[in-house]
Ligand binder design. Structure first.
Ligand code: UT7
Length: 330
């Protein structure tokens, strides 16, 4: 009997309507369009405006609904909903539980998975394991982040990079050997000082001081994070290729976290890939944290063919990073 693998059988995506352009940011902080494009590759990003009164769940629900409608599935058949995110609606109550109820996945259990920009990548491993074990048949993994809720729009080192969005992927059993093939996932907690948000957790609960000192916004030591990201993302992608005897000609698509075009280019270079195989939408959305990978799948779904070899790679806060090799199933 052939081994059951875990395949992605449907994807969906959503970004908010409001477009925050580089030119608009020029009016908010000391920056310019040319610098942002040349240093990051970003031209614009989407923002869920505060006056809409919605959290990350809103983005996740829209992405899930897009998937459900395209695939025409009955949400009652979904066994598990995982929300990969760095910006849950609130502490304590699971955002995924709310999303599951709202989309009609009334028979599912649900929880959130937090690993900064690697949340979706690590979630792929989690979702696939449930399927491979035979325990569940339909796992909905959603990467969603309302980064604008933790961005300081007076800090030019972060506000130019991040945007809001969500993407969803359905994992189901496959008997043809398609789906997740291999993974190489890493973490190094010494990195938490270089990228994160100081206050609002159990270590530094909210006080008047933390608000006054802008500790509820994300910070990053860009240059240090860049150095770690650029070498580690390339390293893990190279490891996955070697371990699976993949030559550059065998790789159909690189699906890289969208943090900085220069990091993506370095990873693709190390893998020996031409530009046409590198999925990118950073110019339109910026860095949507947990949503970058599934949004790429949603945007480029029509170009993928059954049996295509996809290499995912991500790097994020924590530090957390890794690579996954997956065969496209439809
Ligand atoms: O997704 C999670 C993981 N995150 C990442 O992978 C992000 C990794 N880091 C980066 O992508 C880059 O480090 C940034 C895009 C954040 C910054 O680019 P950089 O090339 O590393 O710039 P830098 O911080 O080394 O700064 C270079 C110069 C500095 O000026 P001086 O000291 O050379 O005079 C900065 O003050 O650029 C200046 N600068 C800016 N100028 C215009 C920094 N931010 C800006 C800005 N506009 N927004």
């Amino acid at each position: 009997m052939s081994k059951t693998t875990a395949a992605i059988t449907a994807v969906g995506g959503y970004v908010p309507k409001f477009v925050l352009t580089n030119n608009m940011l020029e009016d908010m902080v000391d920056t310019n369009d040319e610098w942002i494009i040349s240093r990051t590759g970003i031209k614009e990003r989407r923002v869920l405006k505060p006056e809409e009164g919605q959290g990350t769940s809103y983005l996740a629900i829209k992405a899930a609904e897009d998937l459900i409608q395209k695939k025409n599935i009955d949400p009652k058949e979904i066994d598990l909903v995982i929300i990969a995110t760095a910006t849950p609606d609130s502490m304590v109550a699971s955002t995924a539980a709310f999303v599951a109820s709202e989309i009609g996945a009334v028979n599912a259990f649900a929880y959130d998975l937090l690993a900064a920009c690697s949340s979706f990548l690590f979630g792929m491993s989690t979702a696939a394991s449930y399927i491979e074990s035979g325990r569940y048949k339909k796992v909905l993994l959603i990467g969603a982040d309302k980064m604008s809720s933790i961005i300081d729009y007076t800090d030019r080192t972060t506000c130019i990079i991040f945007g809001d969005g969500a993407g969803a992927a359905l994992f189901e059993p496959n008997e043809e050997g398609l789906g997740l093939q291999d993974e190489y996932l890493r973490a190094d907690g010494t990195g938490r000082q270089f990228l994160g948000m100081d206050a609002g957790g159990s270590l530094m609960p909210a006080t008047e001081e933390t608000v006054k000192n802008r500790k509820h916004f994300i910070y990053q030591e860009g240059r240090t994070v860049f150095k770690f990201a650029v070498s580690n993302m390339a390293n893990v992608a190279e490891t996955i290729m070697k371990r699976n005897n993949l030559e550059h000609t065998d790789v159909s698509w690189l699906v890289p976290h969208q943090a900085n075009k220069r990091i993506i280019d370095a990873t693709a270079n190390r893998m020996g890939l031409e530009d046409s195989k590198v999925l990118m939408n950073i110019e339109r959305y910026g860095n949507t944290t947990s949503a970058t990978l599934p949004l790429l799948l949603a945007d480029f779904e029509s170009q993928m063919k059954k049996g295509d070899n996809l290499v995912f790679a991500a790097f994020g806060g924590g530090f957390t990073w890794g690579s996954i090799y997956l065969k496209w199933a439809y």
